[in-house]
Design a protein. Structure first.
Length: 228
């Protein structure tokens, strides 16, 4: 659903005069953004909470450049370092504070290791198979409770930001859980959001939720930073 070199029509995009388009009355444009590439943590004596890899830092900067044209009015983030560090250059460009919400954390928040999902998939690691099959109980997580927490947090952000464009920096599991909810998909982990991908929702005051874009990654095209 990502169109190379093109942006989805956005009420947050600035026009030629520099003014942002105003969202229809009450409609919130929600940008769910997966964090950039973090460093690998094979094992730790405590909870693994990696920061960004040098490629991830470059991805986050490209994202900030891409979003500079958009009229962002709020930035929210998971408390996990990889999400907050991805949000920071965007927040700096828009002169916005980052609001941290614990419920935006990934389902593996208590894990003592962090192996990039691309590596887990390539090696057919049991953890990848568990995620692909939606078996979050393998991570000592109740998938229903996890999804409920994600949906509650995002719906609260929507209700608190009528007619605004807001960016939420989070994780692949969080993005999957919310889109599965609004699309009525029973499988919790059903697609793979790429690093710094933008996934857009138009949220109407009536309660209707419309998918505008999935896996928007045009900001990484031709950079060597787009990992699949």
């Amino acid at each position: 659903m990502d169109r190379p070199g093109r942006r989805p029509e956005s009420c947050g995009r600035r026009g030629a005069d520099g003014a942002g388009r105003v969202c229809k009355s009450g409609v919130v444009e929600l940008l769910l953004i997966r964090h950039a590439e973090p460093v690998r943590v094979p094992e730790s004596d405590e909870r693994a909470d990696p920061g960004l890899h040098e490629r991830g830092i470059a991805q986050a900067e490209r994202l900030a450049q891409w979003l500079a044209e958009e009229r962002l009015e709020g930035i929210f983030s998971s408390p996990m370092r990889r999400a907050r560090q991805t949000a920071e250059p965007v927040a700096t460009r828009h002169n916005l504070e980052i609001v941290v919400d614990e419920e935006l954390s990934e389902f593996d928040r208590e894990a003592t290791s962090y192996i990039p999902v691309e590596e887990l998939r390539a090696t057919r690691d049991e953890r990848w198979l568990a995620m692909a099959e939606g078996r979050l109980d393998s991570f000592d997580v109740d998938p229903i409770e996890f999804q409920r927490g994600v949906v509650t947090a995002l719906e609260h952000i929507i209700s608190a930001n009528p007619s605004r464009v807001v960016a939420v920096f989070c994780h692949g599991g969080v993005i999957n859980a919310y889109f599965a909810h609004i699309l009525g998909i029973s499988k919790l982990m059903w697609f793979e959001p790429l690093y710094t991908s933008i996934n857009r929702v138009a949220a109407a005051r009536s309660g209707e939720r419309s998918v505008v874009a999935l896996n928007e990654t045009a900001h990484l095209r031709g950079t060597g930073l787009l990992l699949r």
